[in-house]
Ligand binder design. Structure first.
Ligand code: HEC
Length: 131
């Protein structure tokens, strides 16, 4: 009897782990993603907590780089990559933003805070993390 209980317990654990894994392994459906639409709204709801409303970043408990007058934004691929996959203390946003939202927020930061990179950004520039 005890063995049977143990077996049930193991089976339940395996099912639980498999379920958790399946949830993790499947990319979030677009319905789970943040629902704001313009680049500015995305910036205000997701990014400004760290990079600040004026884009100038902050230094304190952590160091949040300034996006103002930032030459690293010249090539949109770099910002796209950092936002999609994260980099050190910058969290990956690829699972919470749609491709179009990533494009919109990159367009927003490249054309605000003193940046004047007006070249169009497209979803084709979002690439897998490795070749
Ligand atoms: C939890 C805080 C946090 C949030 C939220 C956040 N960032 Fe960052 N971001 C960082 C940190 C920290 C770095 C520096 C990463 C490093 O050390 O390379 C960074 C780096 C960047 C860089 C590269 C800057 C450079 O000069 O190399 C860009 C671009 C950027 N973030 C844009 C965004 C955008 C757009 C959003 C919103 C979609 C966002 N970040 C949300 C913390 C954050």
């Amino acid at each position: 009897m005890q063995l049977k209980a143990l077996a049930l317990c193991i089976a339940a654990s395996i099912m639980f782990i498999a379920h958790a894994y399946a949830e993790d392994g499947v990319p979030a459906a677009d319905t789970d993603k943040i629902k704001v639409t313009s680049g500015e709204q995305i910036y205000k709801s997701v990014c400004q907590g760290c990079h600040m409303p004026d884009g100038k970043g902050a230094a304190g408990a952590g160091r949040y780089p300034s996006l103002a007058n930032n030459q690293n934004l010249e090539y949109p691929e770099y910002a796209i990559f950092v936002i999609t996959y994260g980099q050190k203390a910058m969290p990956a946003m690829g699972d919470v933003l749609t491709d179009q939202q990533i494009v919109d927020v990159v367009t927003y930061i490249r054309t605000n805070f003193g940046n004047t990179y007006t070249e169009e950004v497209t979803v084709d520039q979002i690439v897998p993390p490795w070749p």
